[in-house]
Design a protein around this ligand. Structure first.
Ligand code: PEP
Length: 252
């Protein structure tokens, strides 16, 4: 059985004060949640105070990016060592906004992934095609390229400590969601790639989340797909009511 993960990616929203207020509210709301793992990914500035406010709770803290080096002359970057020190247990890697805004490559994703694993952080690795790529019928080819580039030279044991998020770029922040069937159609080849390289048991245990305009009114339909093991939620994770409705999808 794969335990679902519902992760909220706050992107560049919320001050430290807003973040702490927000997670105190979530902590109370989710005290009894056990059907899924809940993760929040605040901006770097709020990581430490959020981790402190959530200490001893069932909500984990993720960073939205990391650098692969432990330390060094990399202005503006943050290492996995520093993220661990700030209280993170997870880190989002290869989000399409990082790939697009910062030219992040699959090779860099691979280096970040290895650095996160070395620091015992659980990577949530994002893959997904653009609208042009989907319309050109290249979705699977893109996923293959991102998988083989991003996941190269990992072991099956390492893969078992990773979560993949399938996030079609055309669905992120656009209000356009992939249908549950479309999402499952992309999850299947991803799981097959993992199976081919790391064995069927590893593939069966791997959690693949869907991300792209997940909202309270579409989460139940998405989660009804056996292939979907949770969601990476952007916009709808910024308000307690909508995030709680998504986390509590079995009660809908
Ligand atoms: C995301 O930030 O990963 C995301 C999926 O955003 P949204 O839910 O707003 O589309």
């Amino acid at each position: 059985m794969r335990k679902p993960v519902i992760a909220g990616n706050w992107k560049m929203f919320k001050t430290i004060g807003e973040s702490v207020e927000f997670v105190k509210d979530l902590r109370a709301r989710f005290a009894k949640v056990d059907h899924c793992e809940v993760v929040v990914a605040p901006p770097f500035t709020a990581l430490r105070p959020v981790a402190e406010a959530l200490r001893g709770s069932n909500i984990a803290v993720a960073a939205q990016d990391c650098h692969w080096d432990k330390e060094g002359a990399h202005t503006g970057d943050i290492s996995c060592d520093m993220l661990y020190d700030a209280g993170c247990t997870h880190v989002i890697i290869g989000h399409s906004e990082r790939r697009h805004d910062h030219g992040e490559t699959d090779e860099q994703v691979n280096k970040k992934l290895k650095a996160a694993l070395a620091e015992e952080l659980m990577p949530i690795v994002c893959v997904g095609e653009t609208l042009e790529e989907r319309e050109a019928g290249e979705t699977e080819k893109v996923l293959e390229r991102q998988f083989h580039g991003g996941f190269q030279s990992l072991t099956a044991q390492e893969i078992s400590r990773i979560v993949i998020a399938y996030e079609p770029v055309w669905a992120i922040g656009t209000g356009r969601t992939a249908t549950p069937e479309m999402a499952a159609e992309s999850h299947r080849p991803l799981r097959a790639m993992v199976g081919a390289q790391f064995g069927s048991q590893t593939a069966e245990q791997l959690r693949i989340l869907y991300g792209g305009s997940v909202k309270p009114d579409n989460i139940a339909g998405l989660m009804a797909q056996e292939e979907l093991d949770g969601a990476l939620v952007g916009g709808a994770s910024l308000k307690a009511d909508s995030f709680a409705a998504i986390v509590n999808y079995p009660l809908a």
